[in-house]
Design a protein around this ligand. Sequence first.
Ligand SMILES: *Cc1c(COP(=O)(O)O)cnc(C)c1O
Length: 367
Amino acid sequence: MSVLKLARPEILAMSGYSSARMEAAGGRVFLNANESPVSPIDGESCHRYPDPQPEALRAAVARYLNVSPEQCLVGRGSDEAIDLLTRAFCRAGEDAVLISPPTFGMYAVCARVQNARVLEVPASADQGFAYPLNDVLAALAADQPGRIKLVYLCSPNNPTGQVVPTDVLDQMIEATRSRAVLVVDEAYQEFAATPSALSRLPDAEHVVVLRTLSKAHGLAGERLGIAIAAPEVIALLQKIMAPYPLPLSSVTRGLAVLEPAALARTAERIAMINAERERLRQRLPESPQLTAVLPSDANFLAVRCRDAGTLYQELLRQGIVLRSLQKYPGLGDALRISIGTRAENDTLLAALGCSTANSLLPSTEAA
Ligand SMILES: *Cc1c(COP(=O)(O)O)cnc(C)c1O
């Protein structure tokens, strides 16, 4: 079965907007898009509509991810890809998405905007928030006729930090084959040691992998995310995407961080962040205000607190902003710490009553 059989029939039937930029090939005098003929800023060419999917950027992300450009859709963060997937596959009032809370909030938000049902199959705190494979398999088996169109698997998971092991991923790929789209959100993949789901794509046209330049690549301000999937899925998503999603300035910076020298610096930054995460993981248990530090393969740590609400406010008074996880099931006593620079992490450790820089480990000069 083609994965497109899962898509909304009216989306399959429609033809997308045909923009002036898409229709024009070549040319010298551009009088086709109602643009200004001159730039408003000296020396900067910003008066023309951008390429909807700039070839150079698509080629650069494809090279970085070791896939083909036709498998890649670059958009405004992976948030946009989540929205496009929801709108392309879920019929309002009929279809559902399956999520395993506690997990990233946008899956449910996009589903609700589309009036798709959100089926929650939670991960259990008692099981260390391991992916609830058996419960998900049971929910898929019970879904007759098939209303679940998207199954989200976030690895490493935000906000718990756990990776989904490869054998669990492979079982999920088989369980969803010919029946739902498996969306593997790898926003934090660069920080983890487990292999990416990208290697599974050649045998799984129903799998979509999400990556982003916002986290490890440090480009959150430019809003660049990538959906990687079978070319027919990419074409379907592009059909319902805004005509000119990528600002020229974002494309320029996206290309810059994918240059070999920038990728080498990113690898160094990832090593620094991971080393700092391990240092925090060792030191944080000294804090009288914390009761547990969850294991994490991402650039954050979830911690359990004696009184998360009070601690959050107290740190805020000192200018230190953490993320409250209190609204998540099983995390009512938890806060999330994004790994900062060494100095920022020391500020947090001191505020929590833990030892800092030189006391336990030899200091390495990391920013
Ligand atoms: C941050 C995050 C995203 C969104 O990233 P953008 O590319 O900035 O939109 C997607 N998924 C998860 C799990 C995230 O934590």
